[in-house]
Design a protein around this ligand. Structure first.
Ligand SMILES: O=P(O)(O)OC[C@H]1O[C@H](O[C@H]2O[C@H](CO)[C@@H](O)[C@H](O)[C@H]2O)[C@H](O)[C@@H](O)[C@@H]1O
Length: 241
């Protein structure tokens, strides 16, 4: 376990993952609960960091904006495939073929409890409520991606498997955001919980920053992270956790 900075420097650029990091994992993607005070904490921290705070998530852009409706909050959605505000130079990534979307829907029909999540550039097959379908879900994703490995890849997720464009990863998102005036010359910190967050942590380390992991550094608990963020934001956390 790394020692957490009690009071991180104000020249930090802070990159936060969403699911399993800012909010607890839920049985279905739409069931996550955003605690009442989280928006106020993020808003205060963003102001403290002069806007150098970004949410870097696998969620779709509209979805994350609906969970965190904070004007001016920088977001990298779909693992960095979509930046908001967008980059002038952002490359256009491919979208999955309609047949792949249909194949996921057919899978869901024949595997009760499984869920298909459709994003602009990616597709997720969730099996948290259908654990027996895990192997078949992974096989289907691999089979589809084998048709176009130049453009797409399969990425494991928490109780899910995702098809994602080659070139969409959280490290790329961090490097791109760090070139913006708001983030440039700051010390980046990435906080995440999952294998997809490792790209973001590595990018921060390359840029002389660091990363923290929920399992090791926050006792496996988004509650602990939120309390730490609240203290950093200057809030009273005595009754918050
Ligand atoms: O990058 P993140 O913000 O961590 O998003 C990763 C994926 O999170 C969501 O799925 C995961 O969380 C769900 C809600 O807790 C859970 O039900 C599911 O089992 C997890 O895999 C989201 O649905 C995906 O789109 C994100 O890529």
């Amino acid at each position: 376990m790394k020692k957490l900075p009690g009071n991180p420097a104000n020249n930090t650029a802070l990159f936060l993952d969403f699911d399993g990091t800012l909010v607890n994992i839920a049985e279905k993607p739409e069931l996550v609960v955003v605690p009442d005070d989280l928006l106020a904490t993020l808003s205060k921290l963003s102001a403290k960091l002069d806007g150098a705070l970004a949410i870097v998530t696998g969620r779709g852009l509209d979805v994350i904006r609906s969970f965190l409706p904070l004007p001016g909050l920088v977001v990298a959605a779909e693992h960095g495939a979509l930046l908001d505000p967008p980059s002038a130079s952002s490359a256009t990534l491919p979208v999955p073929p309609a047949e792949w979307r249909r194949a996921f829907e057919q899978f869901v029909q024949s595997h009760p409890g499984a869920l298909a999540e459709h994003k602009v550039h990616g597709l997720v097959l969730h099996f948290r409520l259908a654990p027996d379908a895990a192997d078949a879900a992974r096989c289907l994703a691999e089979e589809l991606v084998s048709q176009d490995r130049e453009k797409f890849r399969v990425v494991p997720a928490h109780a899910a498997v995702e098809i994602r464009p080659v070139g969409a990863d959280k490290g790329r998102a961090v490097r791109s955001l760090m070139q913006r005036d708001v983030f440039r010359r700051r010390v980046p910190i990435f906080i995440g919980d999952d294998v997809t967050d490792e790209d973001g942590i590595s990018a921060c380390q390359e840029l002389s920053g660091t990363g923290y992991r929920i399992p090791e550094d926050f006792d496996g608990s988004p509650d602990e992270l939120r309390a730490w963020l609240q203290r950093w934001a200057g809030e009273d956390v005595s009754s918050a956790v």
